[in-house]
Write a new protein. Structure first.
Length: 256
């Protein structure tokens, strides 16, 4: 009798920390990767989830896990999942809550995300107030590699919009994109395409905290704008995030 392939699945539901990962069996013929969107039977209904980890079992199981109903497209890269895991272990919160910062936009997109290796590393993580950052950003992007990707992390949507407008004037050689939770789905379609595909100009994403969890391919630098702004820390609701701390972790991941 064939040994079932077991996997950790994160249902895309509002579940408390510590109760957000469940073991399911994968179809025996499955030979893909983690990070894919799945459909699973969960209690009395069928819900969406993320195939978080695959762990073939060599031991006899004390229970018979339910089987994943269907497996769809890649929706989270290894880098995104690693950052989410670190946030949950140190800052608290559930994997589903953090995943939905990006996944909720992915659910309406037709394209597939595939992890790509990067030949770049994070050069530095720079912080500074809004009024002083544009000259530094302009100089950075003027000498940036054509295939590089950069994150400008703003504390609020309004500040992000102001920065985007200013950077379009300061950096005509770079592709400036805006990302925050209020953007239309079509905007995220464009953003995803730009991050996945090679470009002949630097890509600069001006974003709120959701920019930390984008599917980066060649992230080169991170700029945290107005680092002392209280909106960089979110402790009163899920997901609990300190943008400055998570930005350092993201820089470490891409600089490794």
């Amino acid at each position: 009798m064939a040994t079932p392939i077991l996997a950790d699945i994160v249902p895309l539901l509002n579940l408390p920390r510590g109760k957000d990962v469940y073991t399911y069996a994968l179809p025996l013929e499955y030979a893909g990767d983690s990070g894919k969107l799945v459909t699973i039977p969960f209690r009395a209904r069928t819900v969406k989830g993320i195939l978080w980890n695959i762990s073939p079992s060599e031991q006899e199981q004390k229970f018979t896990p339910k089987t994943v109903a269907s497996i769809g497209k890649q929706i989270l890269t290894h880098g995104q999942r690693a950052l989410i895991e670190r946030c949950c272990s140190i800052l608290g919160g559930s994997r589903a809550t953090l995943s939905k910062l990006w996944v909720k936009h992915q659910l309406v997109l037709p394209s597939t995300i595939e992890e790509r290796s990067s030949s770049s590393s994070v050069e530095r993580c720079i912080t500074g107030p809004t009024t002083e950052i544009f000259e530094e950003l302009g100089a950075q992007f003027q000498r940036a590699d054509a295939h590089s990707q950069h994150l400008v992390l703003a504390p609020t949507k309004e500040i992000a919009q102001q920065i985007e407008t200013a950077l379009r004037a300061e950096c005509p050689n770079a592709l400036i994109l805006l990302a925050h939770s209020g953007e239309r789905p079509s905007t995220f379609t464009t953003l995803l395409g730009r991050l996945e595909s090679p470009n002949n100009q630097p890509v600069v994403v001006v974003a709120t905290h959701m920019g930390l969890f984008l599917p980066w391919r060649r992230l080169t630098s991170i700029f945290v704008v107005d680092e002392h702004h209280t909106a960089h820390r979110q402790w009163d609701s899920e997901p609990r995030i300190d943008n400055r701390m998570v930005a350092r972790w993201l820089a470490e991941y891409w600089g490794a």
